[in-house]
Design a protein around this ligand. Structure first.
Ligand code: NAP
Length: 276
């Protein structure tokens, strides 16, 4: 691909972003569709992300993904936002910037891909964690299920997440054995099990035989939770699915074409050093 003055620029903005898989994913799709565009990683450090994001609006990018810790600042900096927490920015023809959140729908897409019958199987959800990703997923899934129980290390954050949904409930962090036994769908949305972070022993032995177990951590791809759930023969969903589908929905918002999720998965497995 030749980069010229006409090449459109897209980016992932966050801190850190040096190991982000988004450039590999989006540049692969840009090549698939023969687009004159390039996707780079922009670290945004420092105290006042709002000022930097506000200034960035004037540069005429095509689009951007925003990741931790700047998703709320991005929603505030945009001229309009569908959510208070944004992971996608789109520059419009009039120079204004729109913000979107594709995290929840990205998770839902990955769930439907791996467990197409999930809606018939799921009335009770156990959400492990109450951070940004947990809340985005829970908000999207809430209309389709009876209850979502948040179990969070810091109970106040779990309570606040539960209160934001009509069917939100809380479960004590030391009551996970009961929670695992009652859930049809378990979503692991804490940083536990992530490379460089602590691990824990989840009570997978308590899971129902037809439970679905999802872990949104993708480094490592095969987390201790997923390994234990697979050993029990449960349906499992890894974190790459959510990453790819939130990205695919971002790409569609920018270019109005649906990119190939399977091709992205093959590329990202290679990037992660996973044999296919
Ligand atoms: P966040 O807003 O910082 O939330 C972190 C969550 O992890 C909180 O619930 C926090 O609990 C919990 N936690 C942290 N350390 C813990 C520990 N030692 N024991 C128990 N709980 C602990 O982060 P986030 O953006 O939601 O991301 C959470 C995870 O999801 C990260 O691993 C991230 O990489 C992954 N993620 C994946 C995707 C994807 O596309 N697959 C997308 C977004 C995020 P407290 O409230 O008690 O601190």
């Amino acid at each position: 691909m030749t980069i010229s003055a006409a090449t459109q620029v897209l980016a992932v903005i966050g801190d850190p972003v040096a190991h982000s898989l988004s450039p590999a994913m989006h540049n692969g799709w840009i090549a698939d569709h023969g687009l004159d565009a390039v996707y780079v990683a922009l670290p945004l450090t420092g105290e006042d992300p709002g000022a930097a994001l506000g200034a960035l609006k004037r540069f005429g990018f095509r689009g951007a993904n925003v990741t931790v810790p700047h998703k709320e600042a991005a929603a505030r900096a945009a001229d309009r936002s569908e959510s208070a927490v944004a992971n996608v920015l789109r520059w419009e023809e009039d120079g204004s910037v729109s913000a979107f959140n594709t995290d929840g729908l990205g998770f839902l897409d990955s769930l439907s891909e791996r467990a197409p019958d999930w809606r018939g199987r799921t009335s009770r959800v156990l959400m492990l964690g109450a951070g940004g990703a947990a809340r985005a997923i829970a908000t999207t899934i809430s209309p389709y299920v009876d209850t979502i129980h948040f179990a969070n290390r810091t109970p106040e954050r779990g309570e606040s997440a539960a209160l934001s949904l009509p069917n939100g409930r809380t479960l004590r962090w030391d009551d996970l054995e009961r929670g695992f036994g009652a859930a049809d769908l378990i979503v692991q949305a804490t940083t536990l099990g992530m490379d460089g972070q602590p691990e824990t022993e989840w009570p997978v032995a308590n899971c129902r035989a037809n439970a679905i177990v999802a872990d949104i951590v993708y480094r490592p791809l095969h987390t201790p939770l997923l390994i234990a759930a697979r050993a029990r023969g449960l349906t499992t969903i890894d974190g790459l699915g959510m990453l790819i589908h939130q990205g695919a929905r971002s790409f569609e918002l920018w270019f109005d074409v649906k990119p190939d999720a399977a091709k992205a998965r093959a590329r990202l497995l290679t990037a992660l050093g996973e044999a296919q």
